[in-house]
Design a protein around this ligand. Sequence first.
Ligand code: FRU
Length: 480
Amino acid sequence: STGGEKYRPAFHFSPKAHWMNDPNGMVYYNGVYHLFFQYHPGGTTWGPMHWGHATTRDLVNWEEKPIALYPDSLGTIFSGSIVIDKDNTAGFGKNAMVAIFTHHNQKIEEAKTGLHQYQSIAYSNDEGETWTKYKGNPVLPNPGISDFRDPKVMWYEQGKKWVMTLATKDRITFYSSPDLKAWKRESEFGANLGAHGGVWECPDLFPLKSNGKTVWVLLVSINPGGPNGGSATQYFTGNFDGNKFVPNSTKEKWVDYGTDNYAGVTWSNTGDRKIFLGWMNNWQYANQVPTKAWRGAMTLPRELSLASVDGAYYLRSLPVKEVLPSLKPVYKKGTVTIDKEIDLSAYAKPLDGKFKLDLGLENTNNFNIILSNVNGQKLIIGYDKKNNSYFIDRTLSGETAFEKGFAKKHSAPRLLTGKKINISLILDVASVELFADNGLTVMTDIFFPGSAIETIKIQSKAVSKLSNLSLSKIDQKQLK
Ligand code: FRU
C-alpha cells in the first residue's frame, strides 16, 4: 500500500488515528487481554491525555474500542494500571476492574507549585466498556514531589494488601492499601542506584520464579538516559517483603537495548505468567516520526522469565507463544554454510516486509543481515565478534531526516560467551525486534523504509556454519 498507511504495522497494535504513547491498565479478564493507552484524540502529537482502549483474545489480533477515560476537572489522565478487585475490597463490586491512574493538572502545573500530579481511581463493572470515576479522588494527593506518577498496583497476597509502585522523580516509592482508596507510604528505592540520566517513569514490580525460588523484578523506565540514547527501560532484581525492595545486584540491566521500547509494563491477573508490552517509540523523536493519520505503535507482547548468567539474574524476553500459530515457514534448512553470502530475497519478496527470520550460528563469527528495498535503503542487523555485541544499524534505512539523532547504529552487549548464537528477527513493515540468545539480549528499533523490505542477505567474511536458518511468513489470515 502507499500514502499515509505505508508504515502501518500488521500485527503490532497501532490506533486507527491520532497520537498514542504508553501502554496503560493492561489486565487479563474473562479470556480477554485489555490494553489501555495514553491517547490524544485531538491530534497526532502529544496533547491532553485520555485512556484509549483495545482488546485482544490471542495477543495477535487487536480490536480498538471507544475511549475509556476522559480528562475531568482534576486533570488529564496520565499513565496507570488496572486490577481485578476479586474480593471487592474497594466496594465497587465483586470482580470490578479498578483503574489507578495519575491525574495531571495543567493549571496547577502553570502555578509552579510542583503539586500538579496525584493518583486517582475509576471502576468498571462491565469489563472495561464503561467507567465511573471515584467521587473521593484523588486517593493519593501530591506530597510535594514534582514528578509523582504512573501507579502500578498489584495484590500482595502474603500481606493481604494492595501495593502501589510509583515513579517519584528520581526514585520509586512504594505505598500500600487495604481498599485501593487509603494509601500508606511504605518505603522508597533507587535514589542512589541504577541509571539516572533522566526522570524515572512507569515502574512495574512483580515476582518471577527461578528454579522454584521467587525473585522480584522492578522495571523502571527512564527518559532520557537510555543505553543508545533517549528513553529506555532499566530493571533490578531482588526481594520484596511488602514493605521494602532490596536489590541483589547494583549492576545496570536493560529490558531492551534498542531505542524503541519504552514505558513497558506487564499484564495483571495472568497468574504466574508475565506478559510485557512497551510503546515502540522514543521521546527523542516520537512527535516527529513520519506516519500520517496516527503516531505510535506497541511492541509485540513478550513473555518474561528469569535466567541466571554468571550468578546474576537477567530477564529473558521472547515473543508470546500465541504468535507461533501465525507462522508459516517459506524457507527452512538445517545445517548450511555462509560462504560470504546467503541470499533469501526470492523467498522474502512476497512477504511484503512482514516476517520472522530465525538463525542459529555454530561458530561466533561476525555476520550481517542486510534487509533492503528496491530503493537501496537498508537496515543492517548483526553480530560483532570483537566486542561480543549485537547491533542494528538504521543509518541508511529510509526516512531519517525528521530528527538529527535518528540515523544511527545501536549496539547491545551479548551476555553469553559461548560459541553458539541464535537470533530471531521479527519485521513488521517499519519495525524490527531482535531476540538473541533465546531472549537474553533484545533490541527493538523502528525505521521508515520508502517501500517494503524485499531482499534479505546474510553475509559473513569468515566461513560460518549455521545449525538452522528459517524464514516465516506471518500469516495474514490470522490478522486484521
Ligand atoms: C511516559 C510518560 C509518563 C506519563 C505519560 C504522559 O512516557 O511521560 O510518565 O504518565 O507519559 O503521557
